[in-house]
Structure formats: structure tokens, C-alpha cells
Design a protein. Structure first.
Length: 350
């Protein structure tokens, strides 16, 4: 009876599984690994879920590249990535991909005398800084874009990710969209050959490097800028407006996202139109094996994300993420029917 009350509190009693289980026979330990972008959210959700469910969820933030490798190797129950896999990549690896929340990447700086949000950049100028073409903070192009600031003659130190990262994929894909030179010389991947700069591991590593290095610039998921106290910049967006990063801008970028029309849920939210749209926005994704060796752990994984979809929006917003629209969550639940043990689907959407 006590277990039934726990299940009802989780909203699980109404779930039906094609293999005939209405609730787990025993507690499961679910493991996930990957992107640092949503790590604070997944860990907060796991703590809240643990207070209500017999299942346990452990998430390790090792970077998107590591998350993809581990789910392909079947060493975790779910992998997390900010670089969505194409439908072809998913098919080759036997994976199912679904979005969880949306957020944004923000350039951060440590320039003496420059307050948070005061510095303005556009995409081509940002690309030239990371190419090493613009070398000092008082460069004429920077002064022309920021006539209100007293920019010092300080060398620019670029800080980038040292590990394979979905954050890097989104950042470099944006730079490739706005700078033909960047597209030709560096390209867009989760790990690139950086023309200049220092490498930090994870969003927290980049933020720490920027915080301790005068004259530096890096890029991190938005929540890390707030946690570490480094100064975010404004960016000129697709419509020509200088905008600040934040949930309103991420939501504006996602307003016209083609969910439901994107094969394999491959959706990018970069350089989207809209007066308020933040130009380096993106969703974060979960990957699961289409064919499961453990039906019980796969069901436990899906129960966790179903609970998060139903109960986790307030926590997501508190941590500066943008929840998915309800119609997208419903679409994803239908797609979970593709996750099977043998021929038996492990989830049936209500």
C-alpha cells in the first residue's frame, strides 16, 4: 500500500506498459552521463525524484562527446548531448533521441572596468576574436561597437573547451553561420582545432579560467555565468538588435522551432529571427538505445523523464532553462514507444 501511494504521488499509476507492468517490481539504479550544459538541472531533478521514488538516478557531467560514446558503448542507461545527432547517426547507432529543455550559450569576459552586460559584440567580430585576428581589447572594431566604454590596451586571451562538448558544437556552429572565414578555417564540431587560446574542461573549467585571467573571453552555458560571477556580453541578433542572454531570449529563439517536422528531433535554435531572440540558443537532448537489454532500467529511465516533464518545469526555470511546450512533451512520449525490449515497447503514452 505504501508503495502504491508513492507511485500515485509520482503520477505513475496511470502508466501502462506493453509488457504488462503497471509499476516496477523493485527499485532501479539509473545511470546517465554527458553534457555539462544541463548537469545542474538533471542533478536537481534527481534529488527531488529520490524523495518520492524508490528508483535512483545518477548523472555524471563528462561532456556531450563522452555522453554519446558511453550510450553507444551501452555503459549508461542514457547519454546526454547538446549536439543533436542526425537521424542517420541515430539509425547507425541504434539510438532514440529526444529533447529535454532549452537554454543558451553566452560569451563571458574578464576585462577590468567593464561591467556585466556592458560589452557589445556581433557574430563576425566574435569570430575574429576567437580566430586570433582581433588581439587587443582596444582594437578599433571593438571601440567602434562600444563607444561608451573605456576599453583598455590589454591583450585578449581566448578560453575554449578542452573536451568534446555540445556547448562547443553550438558555439562553433553559430560562428560558422555568421563568419565564412570561421566556416572555412575551423568549422563546426564538438571538438575543433582552435586557432588560439587556452582550454578548460567543462563549462565550469572555462568559467574558472575566465574568472582568474584578466583580458580573457570564453563561452559557457548561461547558468555558469551567473554561478561564477563572470561578465556576460550582449550580442547583436539576427534582427540587428543587441540582446542579453536569458530565458526570455532563449524562449524567443525557440518560438518557431520546427518540432514535429524535424527528422530524429534534430533541431538547432541558432541565429533565429525575432527582436528578443538570443542568437546562441539550443536544446539539450537525451539518447537511449532503441533496443534495450534491461527492460526494467529503461522503464525506470523513462519514468524519471516523464516525471521531470510533468513536475520539473519550475526547477528548470529557477536554473535559467526554458521548459519544452506541452505539445512537444506529448510528441516525445509517443516516440518513446520506439524503445523496446525484443519486440515489446517499453512505454505507452496516455
Amino acid at each position: 500500500m505504501m508503495f502504491r501511494r508513492i507511485v500515485q504521488a509520482l503520477g505513475l499509476a496511470a502508466m501502462s506498459f506493453s509488457i504488462g507492468l503497471s509499476h516496477p517490481a523493485m527499485a532501479e539504479n539509473v545511470t546517465g552521463a554527458g553534457a555539462t550544459f544541463p548537469a545542474s538541472l538533471y542533478q536537481a531533478w534527481a534529488r527531488d525524484y529520490q524523495a518520492l521514488s524508490p528508483d535512483r538516478v545518477n548523472y555524471q557531467a563528462i561532456g556531450s562527446g563522452g555522453g554519446v560514446r558511453q550510450i553507444m558503448a551501452r555503459t549508461v542507461d542514457f547519454g546526454a548531448t547538446d549536439r543533436p545527432l542526425t537521424q542517420e547517426e541515430q539509425a547507425r547507432a541504434g539510438l532514440v533521441q529526444f529533447p529535454v529543455v532549452m537554454g543558451g550559450i553566452v560569451p563571458i569576459v574578464n576585462v577590468p572596468g567593464i561591467a556585466a552586460g556592458a560589452l557589445r559584440l556581433d557574430g563576425p567580430l566574435l569570430a575574429d576574436i576567437f580566430l586570433g585576428v582581433v588581439k587587443r581589447w582596444n582594437d578599433p572594431r571593438l571601440r567602434a561597437m562600444n563607444p561608451q566604454l573605456a576599453l583598455p590596451p590589454l591583450p585578449i586571451t581566448v578560453v575554449h573547451r578542452a573536451d568534446g562538448a555540445g556547448t562547443t558544437f553550438l558555439f562553433t556552429t553559430y560562428l560558422a553561420q555568421v563568419s565564412p572565414v570561421w566556416a572555412a578555417k575551423v568549422g563546426a564540431k564538438d571538438a575543433v582545432n582552435w586557432p588560439t587560446g587556452l582550454g578548460g574542461k567543462g563549462n565550469d573549467g572555462v568559467a574558472a579560467f575566465v574568472k582568474q585571467t584578466y583580458g580573457s573571453i570564453g563561452y559557457v552555458e548561461f547558468a555558469y555565468a551567473g554561478k561564477t560571477g563572470v561578465a556576460p556580453v550582449q550580442l547583436r541578433n539576427h534582427d540587428g538588435a543587441f540582446v542579453s542572454a536569458g530565458p526570455a531570449g532563449f524562449g524567443a529563439a525557440a518560438a518557431a522551432a520546427p518540432w514535429g517536422r524535424a527528422a530524429g528531433n534534430y533541431v538547432l535554435l541558432l541565429n533565429q529571427p525575432g527582436a528578443q531572440a538570443w542568437p546562441i540558443s539550443g536544446a539539450t537532448f537525451v539518447l537511449m538505445q532503441r533496443q534495450q537489454a534491461s527492460a526494467a532500467r529503461a522503464q525506470a529511465t523513462l519514468r524519471f523523464f516523464d516525471w521531470a516533464y510533468r513536475n520539473g518545469d519550475a526547477t528548470a526555470q529557477r536554473l535559467h532553462f526554458v521548459p519544452l511546450p506541452e505539445k512537444v512533451k506529448a510528441m516525445v512520449r509517443r516516440q518513446w514507444g520506439d524503445i523496446k525490449a525484443g519486440n515489446a515497447p517499453l512505454w505507452s503514452a496516455r
